[in-house]
Design a protein around this ligand. Structure first.
Ligand SMILES: [Zn+2]
Length: 322
C-alpha cells in the first residue's frame, strides 16, 4: 500500500472505531464495578538484558516502516487510543507465535486458552497456535498471579521458563475472566503496555494511597508500585495518543487511590478501539492457526497471590540463537 493509501486506511479505521465505541463501553464498565482481583504486572527483563532486548526487537521488526508512518503522520493517530511499545513491536509482517504449556494441561483447557489468545487474531495479522514442542509463548498456571513479558522480550526468556502466567485458570474459571485476563495478557505479548500508565491517568493517582492499596491487595512493595503503576510511559517510546480507560489494556483502579475519587474503569474485553488499533499496527492476512493437540492431565494450582519479579542464572540467557 502506498503512503497515501495507508494514511487513508488509518483514518477510516479510526473513524469507524470512534463511531462504534460510543458511550456503551463506558456504561458497561461503570456497571461492572471494581474487581480487586484485577492485578496484573508486566514482567521486566533483568537489567543486563535490556540492551539486548532492543536488538532483538530490531531484528524481529527490520522494516519498521508503518511505525514511522504512524509516528510521523499528521493527525492520523488522533482517534486511536491503545498503546504500542514500539521497542517491543513484532513488526508489520504477519506473525504466528507458537504456544506451549509449562504444566501438563488437558486438551480442552489448552484449546480454550489459545482461543482467547487468538481473540486478537480476529482483528490483526498476529496469531497464536499451539505446538507440541517449546512455544514462543510459554504459559504457566502456577503461582505468581497474572503477568506477561512485553512483546519481543519473550524471545529472551530461557526456554525452561514461562513468558506468561495465568495462575489457577481452569475449565471452571468464568468466561468473563478468560476475556478480561487472558486477552489482556495476550495484549502484553503483542507489545501493548498498560494503558493506565499513560501520563494523564498516572497523574490522577495519589501515590501514597496507591502504595497502601497495592501493599494491602497485591503485596506489592513501594518499588513495585512505582514501576507498575506510577511511572508514566515515555511518549517517545509509544504509539497512541489519547488514553482509553476502557481499553482491555487498562487496569481497573479504584476511586480510593485517585485524587478525584473517581475510579479508572479498566477494560473487560477487547474494545472497538483496541481492535481497530490492532488492525492498523498488525495488518491482517488469513493464516492457519489450527492447534496441534496432545494429551495430558490438568494440574491443580493454588489460588492467585502476590506476583514477584524473577531472574535466572545468566548462563541460561537466550543469546546464542539471536
Ligand atoms: Zn497487564
Amino acid at each position: 500500500m502506498d503512503e497515501t493509501g495507508y494514511k487513508k486506511a488509518l483514518r477510516d479505521i479510526a473513524r469507524i472505531a470512534g463511531e462504534a465505541v460510543g458511550d456503551q463501553a463506558s456504561a458497561a464498565n461503570d456497571a461492572a464495578g471494581f474487581d480487586p482481583g484485577a492485578g496484573c504486572h508486566i514482567m521486566l527483563l533483568p537489567p543486563r538484558l535490556q540492551q539486548r532486548a532492543a536488538e532483538v526487537a530490531a531484528t524481529e521488526n527490520p522494516t519498521n516502516a508503518p511505525l514511522q508512518e504512524l509516528a510521523l503522520g499528521d493527525g492520523v493517530l488522533t482517534p486511536q487510543r491503545l498503546t504500542l511499545y514500539t521497542s517491543r513491536y513484532w513488526g508489520p509482517v504477519p506473525k504466528a507465535l507458537t504456544v506451549s504449556f509449562m504444566e501438563s494441561t488437558a486438551k480442552e483447557l489448552r484449546e480454550r486458552i489459545v482461543s482467547h489468545l487468538n481473540a486478537w487474531a480476529t482483528y490483526g495479522g498476529i496469531s497464536f497456535a499451539e505446538t507440541s514442542g517449546i512455544g514462543d509463548v510459554r504459559i504457566s498456571r502456577g503461582p505468581g498471579g497474572y503477568w506477561s513479558y512485553l512483546g519481543t522480550d519473550i524471545k529472551l526468556i530461557p526456554k525452561n521458563r514461562q513468558t506468561m502466567n495465568l495462575q489457577g485458570f481452569s475449565m471452571s474459571t468464568d468466561e468473563k475472566e478468560y476475556r478480561r485476563v487472558i486477552r489482556h495478557e495476550a495484549g502484553h505479548t503483542l507489545g501493548y503496555p498498560h494503558e493506565h500508565m499513560r501520563q494523564v491517568l498516572v497523574d490522577r493517582i495519589d501515590p501514597q494511597k496507591a502504595y497502601d492499596y497495592f501493599l494491602r491487595t497485591q503485596g506489592w512493595s513501594k518499588e513495585m508500585v512505582d514501576q507498575q503503576v506510577l511511572t508514566a510511559l515515555d511518549p517517545a517510546k509509544i504509539i497512541g495518543t489519547e488514553p482509553d480507560q476502557d481499553s482491555i489494556m487498562c487496569y481497573q483502579l479504584p476511586g480510593a487511590i485517585t485524587k478525584d475519587g473517581k475510579p479508572i474503569r479498566g477494560g473487560l474485553d477487547i474494545n472497538p478501539l483496541d481492535s481497530a488499533f490492532t488492525a492498523t499496527v498488525y495488518p491482517k492476512i488469513l493464516r492457519d492457526t489450527e492447534a496441534r493437540a496432545s494429551t495430558g492431565a490438568e494440574t491443580e494450582v493454588p489460588l492467585p497471590r502476590t506476583p514477584v519479579a524473577v531472574d535466572w542464572d545468566p548462563q541460561d540467557d537466550v543469546l546464542a540463537s539471536l
